[in-house]
Write a protein that binds this ligand. Structure first.
Ligand SMILES: NC(=O)c1ccc[n+]([C@@H]2O[C@H](COP(=O)([O-])OP(=O)(O)OC[C@H]3O[C@@H](n4cnc5c(N)ncnc54)[C@H](OP(=O)(O)O)[C@@H]3O)[C@@H](O)[C@H]2O)c1
Length: 276
């Protein structure tokens, strides 16, 4: 039985992935912001298999809360086999996290960055530790704009580009982490899950959603890929990889830029330093 932590596992790709792990009898910690939704997911998951389900409250919108949630896990566990950074959101509106960051940057990237850095020692204690990042092909449109990390520094907002920027940041983080983990038993890999029929499109106008729905795949497809990355022996030595469902796994020039990855890492460490 392995210990797997999945963020945002109350719905969508996270819930489908948790379902697969529970069916296989693993210990799954679902890290969710809404405890009511998490309780509902727990009941559902427990009806599927023999695995053990645990809930931890995690709000990636608030760094202090991310820190507290990570500390709870650190106090309770010595090892985590797999961390799946799945939680994410899209918004067309300029919004701010509790700490003043542009919300998609904060929730999709900076919160998960802090969460991962705090939990890394536990993942390194596993025999074959795995960190899996839900990135997106949308990173192809993305760029890293430190001058726009804070919401109040933004004058002209484009929600789609901001989402793309956060997904590029996910990929760069996966790559630099993989470089740092080279020669250890822990790996860091990223994926584009395909266009997946989940709640992420909840903010889209209905006509747009009805149109794209025609091309969306079921959450079970990325869940199967994530399970493979987590446990299949063929992934034992794959580190710093990026795979994609539905589309070829093209990485943008920026996504391959290890200097950019290092710069973003250094900047991010500065932003979360107080919690390390
Ligand atoms: N669906 C796609 O087509 C697609 C394509 C490319 C990449 N992705 C990526 O795949 C991942 C999973 O997305 P999905 O499609 O399964 O979306 P989803 O159904 O909307 O699920 C997203 C999960 O993230 C959680 N979340 C949102 N804000 C949070 C916060 N502040 N703190 C903690 N958790 C938070 C949500 O919690 P609540 O239920 O409480 O809101 C939910 O559990 C995301 O990282 C997304 O960017 C998805």
């Amino acid at each position: 039985m392995k210990t797997v932590v999945i963020t945002g596992a109350n719905t969508g790709i996270g819930l489908a992935t948790a379902t697969d792990f529970i069916k296989d009898g693993h210990h799954v910690i679902i890290a969710c912001r809404n405890t009511e939704k998490a309780q509902h997911a727990k009941q559902q998951l427990e009806s599927f298999g023999t695995g053990k389900v645990e809930i931890i409250q995690l709000d990636l919108n608030h760094l202090e809360q991310v820190n507290q949630a990570a500390n709870q896990l650190i106090q309770k566990y010595k090892k985590i086999d797999v961390l799946i950074n799945n939680a994410g959101m899209m918004t067309p509106e300029l919004e701010s996290t509790v700490d003043g960051y542009e919300k998609q940057f904060g929730v999709n990237y900076l919160g998960p960055f802090l969460w991962t850095m705090k939990l890394l020692p536990l993942i390194k204690n596993a025999e074959q530790g795995r960190v899996i990042h839900l990135a997106s092909m949308m990173h192809l449109m993305g760029s890293i704009q430190p001058q726009h990390f804070k919401a109040d520094q933004i004058t002209k907002y484009n929600g789609v580009l901001s989402y793309a920027n956060s997904k590029l940041a996910n990929l760069l983080f996966s790559n630099i982490l993989a470089q740092q983990l080279e020669g250890t038993n822990t790996t860091s890999n990223a994926l584009h899950p395909g266009g997946v029929d989940s709640e992420i499109y909840r903010e889209l106008p209905k006509y747009q959603y009805n149109l794209i729905k025609l091309f969306l795949i079921s959450t079970s497809k990325p869940a199967a890929l994530i399970k493979k990355i987590a446990f299949d022996p063929s992934w034992n030595k794959r580190n710093g990889d990026y795979v994609s469902l539905q589309t070829p796994a093209f990485r943008s020039r920026k996504a391959k830029d290890m200097q950019l990855a290092q710069q973003l890492y250094d900047q991010s460490i500065q932003l979360i330093q107080v919690y390390l």
